[in-house]
Write a protein that binds this ligand. Structure first.
Ligand code: ZN
Length: 268
């Protein structure tokens, strides 16, 4: 069965859960890693999720914020030992938009020693993708989508799963109406929710182009979504977050609601 392996569920500043990133695992146990979180903990999350790095050959990066790309440094460092010991088949391909590629290339070469950067353009291939471009990754036709982020340029994607269901990832900003035709009637929507409606005065999600659970749920209802995954959340009530967010979402959305914790696995 295809799975969504949730590696992190937090927004940029969470301390008690890792930043939002996940893998889409196909029926053969191969993974597409989507975003990398903000640090070395990406390697710990992969270890704790029992995901073999050798089953990851494709990474999608959404945008240049620290909580999404800094894990990439550690993946390149981690990959080095697999490459050097001839313990990894093929190449690792990293998909991202043009500006992000230029940023990643600059900072990687600025910061990492040559023993790591020597693999870039050799075993680690940066692949620039365009808005609405469709790329075959594993068995998936991934259609990259500019999500019309108000801060920095950001790509999400949509695809059809091996089981025929439609799956959409929208990065970490509130859904933009320009994407309605791409997202409507989707089986799986991954959408950020920074906090509950009652906490909006504390977290001020709208100033950061983020949503509350309520707004994300209303959006999912308006788009006729079947399964809504809410993440990129705060960690202030982590122990009860799943219950509290689910209760709030239920008031505004009738489909299936998933409020994962780090390392949760969702059957797709
Ligand atoms: Zn973020």
């Amino acid at each position: 069965m295809e799975k969504l392996n949730i590696l992190g569920t937090g927004n940029a500043m969470t301390l008690d859960c890792y930043n939002t990133c996940f893998t889409l695992e196909n029926n053969d146990g191969e993974h597409i890693l989507v975003d990398t979180g903000g640090g070395l903990q990406i390697i710990k999350q992969l270890r704790d999720a029992k995901i073999d790095f050798r089953r990851i050959h494709n990474i999608i990066l959404s945008h240049k914020h620290t909580d999404h790309i800094l894990g990439m440094f550690w993946i390149i460092r981690y990959a080095q030992k697999f490459f050097d010991s001839d313990n990894y088949d093929g190449n690792l391909i990293v998909y991202m938009h043009k500006e992000l590629e230029s940023t990643i290339r600059k900072i990687m070469f600025e910061v990492l020693p040559q023993k790591f950067t020597k693999f870039i353009d050799n075993r680690i291939i940066f692949k620039i993708v365009e808005d609405k471009e469709e790329v075959k990754i594993l068995n998936y036709n991934i259609k990259f989508l500019d999500v019309h982020a108000k801060k920095d340029r950001q790509f999400g994607f949509k695809t059809t799963l091996e089981n025929g269901k439609k799956f959409v990832f929208l990065g970490d900003e509130t859904f933009d109406e320009q994407l309605r035709d791409e997202v409507i009637n989707t089986d799986w929507l991954l959408h950020e929710a920074m906090c509950m409606d009652s906490e909006a005065d504390i977290f001020k999600p709208y100033e950061k182009m983020h949503s509350t659970v309520k707004t994300a749920s209303e959006i999912a209802t308006s788009l006729n979504i079947k399964n809504l995954v809410l993440y990129h959340a705060s960690d202030n009530n982590l122990k009860d977050r799943k219950k509290l967010y689910t209760e709030e979402a239920r008031k505004y959305f009738n489909g299936n609601i998933f409020v994962p914790d780090d390392l949760d696995v969702i059957d797709l």
